[in-house]
Write a protein that binds this ligand. Structure first.
Ligand code: MG
Length: 175
């Protein structure tokens, strides 16, 4: 049976800041636009020290829409792996929801990680900033914690943190 525990992080709006464009907030399309939130590194370090595997589970439809170059995403990944102790980054490049696809809220990326890394999802958590993340966690049957940032104050969820450094305490409260 599955044995290890994991934290699944959404990327945009949780790990890195969103980018202002004319009509709203979006995922960065270039390495130069990629900026970490200040609370990420210490949170991940603490969770890893407490035995959690760490994953990023992120929709990146701009790749298949040809709005972002794979080279830019690769540069971002190198930076993420340099600064953070991530076990594996999972991306969905699907531009829309299709049957059998991996785009969140599909639980497919989480199930892939579970099977490859021997993860007990009942001991694992998903940290996200959107309704889609919330639905993905529900579809995978993983406990969800809302990461409240300036851009998503309108979303309500009983378990939330305003600072990632409170995640560890929140998890202990849930248990
Ligand atoms: Mg997000």
């Amino acid at each position: 049976m599955y044995k290890r525990k994991a934290i699944f992080f959404d990327r945009d709006g949780v790990i890195n800041k969103l980018i202002h464009r004319e009509d709203g907030l979006y995922s960065p399309r270039t390495f130069d636009d990629f900026n970490f939130y200040q609370d990420v590194a210490s949170c991940i370090k603490q969770l890893a020290e407490n035995g959690f595997l760490i994953f990023i589970v992120s929709n990146q439809p701009d790749i298949s829409r040809k709005k972002m170059l794979t080279e830019e995403l690769n540069k971002i990944d190198i930076e993420i792996n340099k600064k953070l102790n991530i076990d594996q980054i999972y991306y969905s490049f699907d531009s829309k929801l299709v049957s059998g696809g991996s785009k969140k809220p599909s639980p497919k990326m989480i199930f892939e990680a579970r099977d490859k890394w021997n993860i007990d999802l009942s001991k694992s958590y998903f940290l996200g900033d959107s309704i889609v993340d919330m639905e993905c966690a529900k579809n995978a049957n993983v406990s969800f914690i809302l990461v409240r940032r300036k851009h998503n104050q309108d979303i309500e969820y009983p378990y939330y943190v305003d600072d990632l450094n409170n995640v560890h305490r929140m998890i202990n409260d849930i248990i």
